[in-house]
Design a protein around this ligand. Structure first.
Ligand SMILES: [Zn+2]
Ligand SMILES: [Zn+2]
Ligand SMILES: [Zn+2]
Length: 386
């Protein structure tokens, strides 16, 4: 495209797309016609177009709506053709993230929606305004971690454990086609989780009812399936509650474990009471039977290996912070399942205590503890005495 050197009777330059552009176009239409060049300064210098905040927000919201619509449709059609189940969760997950992004864009609309961009350091001040610490945004937009981080800065709560469950399932099914993970019962739990996240966010944060966003179909599916999933979850929680656990928080971690075969969360113990660590668990979806030890090791492998970020688990109303980086190889059972924040092995229940001072073993004590079952302090004290 050749851009004229200067403005004239039929040429207008506008540096950004705004109401002025429309006014000029209307004026040209009423006169002899003409062209408006957007992204060109009055002196003819091309500066490119910065999309107006409203356009960005509308675009994100529209894409969110489309993804969610397609996800629900895939889910409904999956009953006939399970291949559609594979895209149902993916579309709904993408839609949810776009919804979060659109809201973040809305919250920073006065700053060109810049908080949805990558590599930008900012914080929310007490008066709710956004303060920038460094301006180095790149053209990519924020990823999942960036979105969650931004929501946290605005003190916006989302159900992290539901989001983690779905995220894990999505990663699992993205890399290989596994018909086991595409069972209707499994997909249903994730669809319900995702739709609940969408529903919570739109009503509480965006203050828009699902129906207003044309999510009628999504709302109907949620109403139909939520009860089924919740009933099984309550039953599972009650059944697990009757067993004996090393620590209450271990039970809550176990609640996040899914079937290694089909990824269903509905693993029920074969016994009604006794130690959870001695129990076998049956998957209600695919009938696989697994030991406690196997399930816990699958889980810790899956979650923690190579990860050094803190994981936040929200179970009921309590929040646990499990630091992934401090999951050590257990000196007792050799599984990488020794949690140094709670000082207990999730697999064998070994409680790390210093043999000299009986103090709880934390991350920094581990090298000394693996060597001689001492805490870091006692290890140094005893080596001085020698
Ligand atoms: Zn299963
Ligand atoms: Zn152990
Ligand atoms: Zn000690």
């Amino acid at each position: 495209m050749k851009i004229p050197k200067s403005e004239s009777k039929t040429v207008e330059f506008k540096s950004t797309f705004n109401q002025d552009v429309i006014v000029s176009l209307v004026a040209f239409a009423n006169a002899d016609g003409g062209n408006v060049y957007v992204g060109v300064r009055d002196d003819g210098k091309v500066v490119g177009v910065q999309l107006a905040a409203e356009t960005i927000i509308r675009g994100l919201r529209e894409n969110a709506r489309l993804s969610i619509y397609l996800g629900v449709e895939d889910y409904i059609l999956g009953q006939e053709d399970i291949r559609r189940y594979a895209t149902a969760v993916r579309n709904l997950y993408a839609g949810l993230l776009l919804l979060y992004k659109s809201h973040l864009a809305f919250l920073s609309k006065d700053q060109d929606c810049c908080i949805v961009r990558n590599n930008l350091d900012w914080e929310v001040a007490d008066d709710g305004s956004i303060k920038f610490k460094g301006l180095k945004p790149d053209c990519k937009t924020v990823d999942v971690a960036g979105i969650l981080d931004a929501l946290k800065k605005f003190k916006i709560c989302v159900d992290r454990s539901a989001l983690d469950r779905v995220g894990r399932y999505r990663n699992q099914t993205e890399h290989y086609f596994d018909p086991n993970g595409l069972r209707g019962e499994v997909v249903r739990t994730h669809v319900v989780d995702l739709l609940k996240l969408v529903c919570d966010f739109t009503t509480h944060m965006m203050r828009i009812e699902l129906g207003q966003l044309f999510f009628n179909q999504a709302r109907d599916v949620l109403i139909r399936d939520e009860q089924v999933v919740e009933k099984e979850r309550v039953e599972r929680r009650e059944t697990l509650g009757k067993l004996e656990w090393y620590e209450p928080f271990v039970k809550d971690i176990f609640f996040n474990i899914t079937c290694p075969q089909c990824t269903s969360e509905f693993l029920f113990p074969e016994v009604q009471s006794g130690a959870a660590a001695n129990a076998h668990f049956v998957c209600r979806t695919c009938s696989t039977v697994e030991t406690y030890e196997n399930l816990m090791s699958y889980y810790t492998d899956d979650i923690f290996i190579g990860e050094y970020e803190a994981h936040i688990w929200t179970v009921g109303k309590e929040t646990f912070v499990l630091n992934g980086g401090t999951l050590w190889e257990c000196p007792e059972c050799a599984t990488i399942a020794f949690n140094t924040i709670h000082g207990i092995c999730l697999v064998c229940g070994h409680k790390g205590r210093c043999v000299r001072c009986d103090g709880q073993i934390t991350g920094e004590d581990m090298p000394a503890y693996v060597n001689g079952r001492l805490c870091n302090y006692c290890y140094h004290m005893s080596s001085k005495e020698d």
